[in-house]
Design a protein around this ligand. Sequence first.
Ligand code: 9PG
Length: 636
Amino acid sequence: MTDALLSRIEIRFLDAASNPRALALDAPTAARESSTIRDGIGISANLEHALGGTIVRTTIANRGGDTVRLKSAIFEVSTGFAPGAPARFFKHGYQSWSASGGHVVAAAQTHPRDTAHFITRVNHQSETTRPPEFPEAQTSELFTIVESSNASGRVLAGFIGAATSLSTLTVSSPEKIVARAILDDVSLAPGAHRELDPLFIATGDESAARFAARWADATGRWMNARVSAPFQRGWCSWYHYFHAIIEDALRANLKSLEAMRSEFPLDVIQLDDGFQSALGDWDTTNAKFPGGLRKIAGEIRAAGFKAGIWTAPFLAARDSRLMSHHPDWFIMHAESGEPVRAGHNPNWTASDDKFAYALDASNPAFRAHLHRLFAKLTREFGFSYLKLDFLYAAAAPGRHHDPNLTRGETLRRGLEAIRAGAGDDAFILGCGCPIGQAIGVVDGMRIGPDVSPYWGSTASGAGDPSTVYALDAIIARSFMHRRLWLNDPDCLMLRARETRLTADERAALAATIVGSGGMLLISDDMSLLDAEAGKLFRAVAQIAEEIDSNCAQEPVLALDLMTNGDVRGLISKNADGGAIAMLLNRGDAPARVDRSDLKLGTAEIVALDLAVDEKIEIFDTIDLPPHSARILRVSR
Ligand code: 9PG
């Protein structure tokens, strides 16, 4: 196949009179630094062959006499595929909870979110309203991969840095990928320049998942990803207690976990949503937690665990001290002048409106508050594991305190303030977080939507939390683990009572989590777990650690990243030429997989059915009941 080529860079901006303008640099080449200048605005691009592809570094300079405002930088990439070729592209989701997967190019002009409520769009898209030429249905976030059944090879285009802007890639037709850095009307003063995040373009014959891992490798390196934290095992209050968690229930679980240490060897005990006195006031508790946070952290630590706590640091509700004392710390709606709504939850506030508002991390006074708050939670109270949730709120659109920061920069500054306050030793877990901006700041990242004590329907119900969508994401984003951070696939639920998950479904959740090599958190009332559950936990913990330890060398890869059938899988190769694979049947009908389809050669394969703790030698086929999974051990 032909090489993918960068055919054009275009900068879109508003001049001093707010007229829309554009400046293009055509056919930049690697031979020299290409540049163009017109009306005082200059673009220079440096193309470098590296990592088996091309890295494009672009600088925009204002050499005129007036301040301009930058809208976007557009990069047109020719894929080499024919315009009419049948093709698919990988639509990567915006934040932790947003879905990722392969789609047919040009199949859809509209997307269900086009008509969704603002809160849904601010959650799952880098722009609440897409420009008409970049429709949501054809747009991926941060990177994409394009393939065609008519031609060999695949094309990847993606930003390998994300510190300075949100970015998208639109594939409206197979022959072209349009990459775009979103610059949010930031001003560029006379004499100033702005360097854009680097864009990586590559072609290759490797699988889509391996290609994605190559992108993650490059991005992790460019952004100094934090990938060396030890394997994490913990307990989280959310998926059994939800908002109803009370101090005594937490304490009872702490006692159980202390007593069941050998059955459930865990390191972290993390209190989730439900303790705070108000959304925004993270250092004080409500009546359900009379002892207060310092005491709780002390008890967790005295029992020999790391203490973890949930916050949503960029959200606040009207009845919080934060919002009443600092109404000027919010992102404001450009027209109405009201604070921007970024969440809605009746459990979060007694205020009539039930909205959660987006805080403005471009404001240094708010960042100083974040620094103090997280220094207090860690150094004073003793929490060393911080689950930071609903982080997309920091990138909400609207009027900001500092017009010189993009939304991507605003989010990153906010995260950096939290890291500075919490210190280098705290384990920071991002959640609900746009994927690029957190790299190098967080140690772990939720890479999918919430699990739930309910499987969900593969036919309908999209949007409701249900375990099946979480499994899809765990598989689609497995390649990120130990390249961008430690992946948090969300929690295991092992309880057989007070759940709608069947034994097969619980085992499928466990198999998919451990098959990904990611963090291992359980979320059960420990008094509901018996010796069987303990046995299952120890079995999966051992496999998870083994897969995690392979990850420094070999990423865990989806068996097929670009398709979305009912049978999906993961494979982790080890150093001796063997592998551990996971096969999932997410569908409602039984499935049979031919071992030849797995392309594992003539190796010996033993399947482990976690639900019944049974080992089965695999000859020609593997049978998977509906909503079930198998761990396969493949020896050379
Ligand atoms: C606590 C929970 C847990 C969970 C997080 C996050 O769109 N929504 O309304 C929505 C609500 C909750 C949610 C995700 C989305 O879950 O992922 O682990 O911490 O918050 O409220």
